[in-house]
Write a protein that binds this ligand. Structure first.
Ligand code: ADP
Ligand code: MG
Length: 240
């Protein structure tokens, strides 16, 4: 579903990604862990073509995003992204937030978009908030709406960039629960997270990124219980 080969990204003189290669299979859940500033967000943004690549190749759902002629908007229709900040449109209700892109981009009839939004809101446990404005919702509720909004485009891949990092601790669980159910339904997911419990339980594979490269990759069992790279060991000793 995603193929990354020798990805390089520089900002000016600073080499942020220094040769990342990995393949992500359909239905796979990959969690990315690593220290702050190690390039995790940049990596996700490259997958969604929100950054231009300095080198290397990325194929996403059949779209070669390193090629000039690739229709990046078409590619992005198959990729949903959820950020640390919920990024809901504050002047729109929950319903309007969810149906906007399906109507504008996918040309879905409004009535059909509404039915789909109701199904998704039910799934994230927020059907009763359909007419609420984002400001009246908790951070956890807003993030669940953000997930429903991304799902409304029927993505094949979901990218999460620290989706629970901005939440009060008591609200983290409800968002992780929604992500977990999505994983169990077979969504292909790439999740940058500091929630090691989630990574351990839900990930098929964990990538430890530091200094712009994948220092170590493996099953949660391998990475958390038997890390072999000294950098992984040092990182985990600080966060576990
Ligand atoms: P992480 O998500 O792992 O914390 P980031 O991918 O956000 O790391 O950032 C990696 C490095 O790239 C940091 O040193 C950051 O300052 C730098 N960086 C990220 N985006 C930009 C940008 N648009 N311009 C310049 N430097 C950037
Ligand atoms: Mg980041």
């Amino acid at each position: 579903m995603i193929r990354v080969h020798n990805l390089q990204k520089q900002f000016g003189a600073s080499h942020v990604l220094c040769g990342i290669s990995c393949d992500i299979a359909p239905n796979e859940v990959v969690c990315i862990i690593g220290p702050s500033g190690s390039g995790k967000s940049t990596f996700l943004r490259c997958i969604n073509a929100l950054e231009t690549l300095s080198g290397g190749e990325i194929d996403v759902n059949g779209f070669a995003i390193h090629r000039q002629q690739t229709n990046l908007n078409k590619m992005r229709e198959s990729v949903g992204m959820v950020f640390q900040r919920f990024n809901l449109f504050p002047h729109m209700t929950v319903l309007e937030n969810i149906i906007m892109a399906p109507i504008a981009v996918k040309k879905l009839p409004r009535s059909e978009a509404i039915v789909r939004a109701e199904v998704l809101l039910n799934k994230v446990g927020l059907l009763d908030k359909i007419d609420a404005y984002p400001s009246s919702l908790s951070g956890g509720q807003q993030q669940r709406v953000a997930i429903a909004r991304a799902l409304a485009m029927e993505p094949k891949i979901m990218l999460f960039d620290e989706p629970t990092s901005a939440l009060d601790p008591e609200l983290v669980g409800e968002v992780l629960a929604v992500m977990k159910s999505l994983a169990h339904e077979g969504m292909t997911m790439v999740v940058v997270t500091h929630e090691m419990g989630f990574a351990r339980e839900v990930a098929d594979r964990v990538l430890f990124i530091d200094q712009g490269i994948i220092q170590e990759a493996g099953t949660p069992q391998q990475i958390f219980n038997h890390p072999t790279n000294p950098r992984t060991q040092a990182f985990l000793s600080k966060v576990l």
